[in-house]
Ligand binder design. Structure first.
Ligand SMILES: [Zn+2]
Length: 405
């Protein structure tokens, strides 16, 4: 299993210049390779292999105008070819979107494999740079002196901050002690999540405030003259605001996912088809801000690491409209209804808590599979009376564009 440790880096002026030049070369190699790949496909219907791109890179270094590619470490350039190859494989397999050209304004990164760095006594030296790279190690439980990374990534965010990431291969995951508990989680917009235990996890307020700040800075930047100094300053503020939103969201998602995984041996969540929902513009912002996709990714790898089971319940399962006490299925449940009483067994339900209990109940059939495995609970078309429009309320709200589920 691979774990990554990311921390702030503080290159000196000389190192920063070298890294910046390396980023430029990485970007050039990525973009030029992408352009040639596209041309080969468009003009001759040919697919390009990794080997061909590698040969092209070698040839470019021999030309007068691109000879400067030979001045930086060749490893990050090779790596970017590998990444592009993997990106296309992902695209053809339907897992990822079509690879895009890289902009000088985005995050910049250079990947160094073992042959291009040396790690001795906790000091990191990268190819073509003189002194060891200074960085702030913040993982107290990991002894830096014995760290043996397989890859090191140097990156620069659009706001100018530098980072270094150490990728480490670790042994098999250490299972967490058994919690003797299973929970279902209903993800929403009003509350970020509600569990079958009845716990409500609200969206953090500070995140909303930071998002509003970001929007304000973006409006301000739009009013400045392109190319002006004021525009440049406004842009730096936007980048910083972006970073704050990103960090706050990541922090919230990590805390929440870690806590849930620690709390239960089996977790059941709903497959929300986040990509489809984000296509709806009006809801997109609210959902992206919630970070459901990222949250599920975190649950997935954290469950795997801890030997827990994550059950993903089919999204057509009417978890909101089914009574968790007796199984009665309501014909209709409006979005505005936050609580309801079952006409059959008279149980009073909180909408989200009831949904979370149903999600949990849909899980156990597959929950006894091998720990660490992610499994899907196929409860599609369960029961005889599923109406054709049994799509979950959430999905319906995505269609009608009402952000208040
Ligand atoms: Zn009932």
């Amino acid at each position: 299993m691979r774990t990554a440790f990311k921390c702030r880096a503080y290159p000196d002026a000389e190192q920063a210049a070298i890294f910046n030049r390396t980023f430029g070369c990485v970007r050039l190699v990525w973009n030029k390779t992408l352009a040639e790949r596209q041309a080969a496909y468009r003009q001759r219907g040919e697919n390009t292999s990794y080997k061909q791109t590698d040969a092209a890179l070698t040839a470019w270094k021999k030309t007068g105008e691109l000879a400067f590619l030979g001045e930086v470490s060749s490893v990050p350039l090779q790596q970017t070819l590998r990444h592009q190859h993997a990106a296309f494989a992902g695209f053809f397999a339907g897992r990822a979107r079509y690879p895009r050209f890289k902009s000088r304004n985005g995050r910049q990164a250079a990947h160094y494999t073992r042959s291009a760095f040396r790690m001795t006594g906790g000091r990191l030296r990268l190819a073509k740079t003189g002194a060891p790279l200074a960085f702030a190690w913040s993982f107290d439980d990991i002894d830096l002196a014995t760290l043996d990374p397989t890859m090191v990534v140097v990156s620069r965010d659009p706001d100018g901050r530098w980072y270094v990431t150490f990728a480490v291969d670790t042994d098999d995951p250490t299972p967490m002690p058994t919690a003797g508990h299973a929970i279902g989680v209903d993800l929403g917009i009003k509350d970020f999540a509600v569990t079958s235990d009845g716990e409500k996890i609200p969206n953090p307020r500070h995140l909303e405030r930071k998002a509003r700040n970001l929007a304000r800075y973006q409006r301000r930047m739009a009013r400045k003259q392109p190319g002006s100094n004021n525009r440049r300053k406004a842009k730096a503020k936007v980048a910083a605001a972006h970073r704050k939103v990103r960090n706050a969201r990541a922090d919230f998602l990590h805390r929440t996912s870690t806590r849930l995984v620690r709390h239960a041996d089996t977790l059941a969540i709903e497959d929300l088809a986040v990509t489809n929902m984000v296509k709806n513009r009006r809801l997109a912002r609210a959902i992206s801000d919630c970070g459901w996709g990222e949250f599920r990714r975190q649950l997935q790898y954290k469950c795997q690491r801890a030997g827990r089971v994550l059950v993903v319940v089919d999204r057509w399962y009417p978890s909101s409209k089914t009574c968790s006490a007796c199984g009665h299925l309501l014909a209709e449940l409006s979005l505005a209804t936050r609580a309801w009483t079952c006409p059959d067994c008279r149980t009073r339900h909180d909408r989200d808590h009831n949904a979370a209990q149903n999600i949990l109940a849909a899980g156990p059939a597959v929950a006894r599979q091998k720990p660490g495995e992610v499994c899907g609970a196929d409860v599609r078309r369960q029961g005889p009376s599923l109406p054709q429009s049994a799509t979950k309320q959430k999905t319906r709200s995505a269609r009608s564009g009402t952000p208040s589920r």
